[in-house]
Design a protein around this ligand. Structure first.
Ligand code: GUN
Length: 284
């Protein structure tokens, strides 16, 4: 059974739009998201365009600030500082990756944790691992919502996460653990990967390698979440980290690429922006 991320996103977005529509009367304002895009990387341009479009659909004010790839780190940090101090800005997202001459860690740490809608700031990462209230990173949050929307049992199940990035692998492992799964994190150096993935009742793959997970690496009836976004070397189309055609004959549930995890990531970004706005308004 295919897990349709577009459909699930659509229903969440409709609810978010209804909520935002009440804000002008309730708060006299609406949420405001600022996205910073440095350079012209086609993948990044496409992501940023999708985020802006979705924000507008929901009624979230949004601006994309585009800067030349030669912008200095100092200039970028000054821009973030200005947005941190602008009370009308609720969310700041710096699209990654950044050019090599800019220290990404420094940029992420410069964003006010209150406006960190990606939840990449060390403060928010620490709060996630300490199980304290915080914004959750968008892709991991979206994955848990996909599982829950299909009533997938997480508690007590064997979950295997392939990939250990700060953006997906590690935080999704933590969220699965918080939902009482038994979690294994595998990666590119894991020995006998197939042996480990075949144990998984829930298999989350975020390794960034085209069709890396084959059908014979999946336990029959497993739930497979494919976070990969790759170019198919055969036809140039988008494809995931899982060999979808063959894997969908073995799995009980599987996410397609595109149309699985991706739309949920954007939807969770909108939710985080709205939550940031509401927190600001409730502080007043
Ligand atoms: N680049 C790829 N994914 C992401 C994301 O979720 N947030 C940001 N800021 N950049 C990204």
């Amino acid at each position: 059974m295919e897990i349709n991320g577009r459909e699930i996103s659509k229903s969440i977005k409709a609810k978010l739009a209804e909520k935002v529509a009440t804000f002008p009367e309730k708060y006299g304002s609406t949420p405001n998201l600022v996205v910073i895009l440095v350079g012209e990387d086609p993948g990044s341009v496409s992501y940023v365009t999708g985020k802006a479009k979705t924000a507008t659909e929901i009624g979230i004010r949004n601006t994309t600030i585009r800067r030349d790839e030669n912008i200095s780190e100092e200039e970028l940090l000054a821009l973030i500082d200005e947005l941190n101090h602008d009370d009308d800005v609720d969310g700041i997202l710096v699209q990654l990756p950044l050019p090599k001459h800019i220290d990404e860690d420094k940029v992420i740490a410069a964003i006010s944790p209150d406006k960190d809608v990606d939840a990449f700031h060390p403060y928010n990462v620490a709060r996630l691992w300490l199980k304290q209230p915080c914004s959750l990173p968008c892709t991991p949050k979206g994955i848990i919502k996909l599982l829950k929307s299909h009533n997938v049992l997480i508690e007590g199940q064997e979950a295997v996460v392939v990939g250990r990035s700060n953006i997906v692998g590690l935080p999704v492992a933590k969220l699965l653990l918080d939902n009482n799964a038994t979690v294994t994190v595998a990666h590119s150096r894991t020995k006998n990967l197939a042996e480990i993935t075949r144990r998984a009742d829930i298999l989350v793959v975020a390794i960034g390698k085209e069709r890396y997970i084959k059908a014979d690496m999946i336990k029959p009836g497993a739930v497979v979440i494919d976070v990969g976004v790759n170019r198919d070397s055969r036809n140039g189309k988008l494809c995931g980290d899982v060999d979808f055609e063959a894997a969908s004959k073995v799995a009980s549930h599987i996410t397609p690429v595109p149309g699985g995890v991706g739309p949920m990531t954007i939807t969770c970004l909108m939710e985080n922006t709205i939550d940031s706005f509401v927190r600001k308004m409730e502080r007043k």
